[in-house]
Design a protein around this ligand. Structure first.
Ligand SMILES: Nc1ncnc2c1ncn2CCOCCNC(=O)c1cc(-c2ccc(F)cc2)cc(O)c1O
Ligand SMILES: [Mg+2]
Length: 214
């Protein structure tokens, strides 16, 4: 049977990127998505905004919801300080299998814990299962209608602290209107919108950066 797009993306990484070199993995995926097949990675333009926020926060404990093929996982993990950890959740088992191999090709498997499952099921188990106290940085990139319920769940489970930074992808395209309405009007967050474009296209999209103030 025909291969899947994630499988073809992984082949492009194994062919064009150097083992243990995260930047070569990132550029191999960006080249594949620009010149072969579009895919829903955060991409290079929004990726530089992601990089600057991660570098500013310098998180010891980070969470990503929506791994897909591991592109943003690699972008985040390569910037983490020694001993830091990134927990990334992926619902789709096929995507998770590809992401594991992409993360390994980049040589970042020691900093990343990839968990297969739904965010709604796993968020309540973060403390006891991963020994997480609170997260310093959270990247939202999963189902767009899960951003709002999941940020509320993260609050309820005590996984946010004063200063936790939440960065949300796709707040314009596909769009997360209910999340934006909540986070921009909540006294518990200070929010800023970083205007950009939908990965590998000219369509508008952007990232919403929100700092939890408790
Ligand atoms: N742990 C978890 N718990 C629950 N659910 C989970 C989960 N892990 C994964 N999932 C399932 C959802 O995963 C993929 C979510 N991402 C997107 O859908 C996405 C779509 C576009 C896009 C597509 C088509 C267009 F025309 C224009 C834009 C662009 C993006 O940048 C996107 O990120
Ligand atoms: Mg996205």
């Amino acid at each position: 049977t025909r291969s899947t797009r994630p499988q073809r993306m992984l082949k492009a990484v194994q062919k064009n990127a150097t083992r243990g070199d995260p930047l070569s993995v990132i550029s191999a995926i960006d080249r594949f998505c620009r010149h072969s097949e579009w895919a829903m990675n955060v991409g290079d333009e929004k990726g530089t905004i992601l990089d600057s926020v991660v570098s500013e926060v310098n998180p010891a404990m980070a969470l990503e919801l929506g791994t897909y093929c591991g592109y943003s996982t690699v972008r985040i993990a390569r910037l983490l300080p020694p001993g830091a950890r990134l927990v990334t959740l992926e619902f789709n088992g096929d995507y998770a299998a590809i992401a594991r191999q992409v993360i390994e090709w980049a040589g970042l498997e020691d900093m990343v814990q990839l968990v297969e499952g739904a965010s709604g099921d796993w968020i309540p188990r973060m403390k006891e299962h991963f020994g997480v106290k609170t997260f310093d940085f959270i990247f939202l990139d999963h189902w767009k209608d899960r951003y709002l319920p999941d940020i509320k769940l993260l609050e309820e489970c005590g996984l946010l602290r004063k200063g936790t930074v939440v960065l949300a992808d796709n707040v314009i395209c596909p769009g997360t209107p209910d999340y934006l309405e909540y986070i921009r009007n909540s006294p518990s967050y200070e929010s800023n919108y970083f205007r950009s474009h939908l990965e590998y296209t000219k369509a508008e999209d952007g990232l919403e950066k929100s700092v939890y103030v408790g």
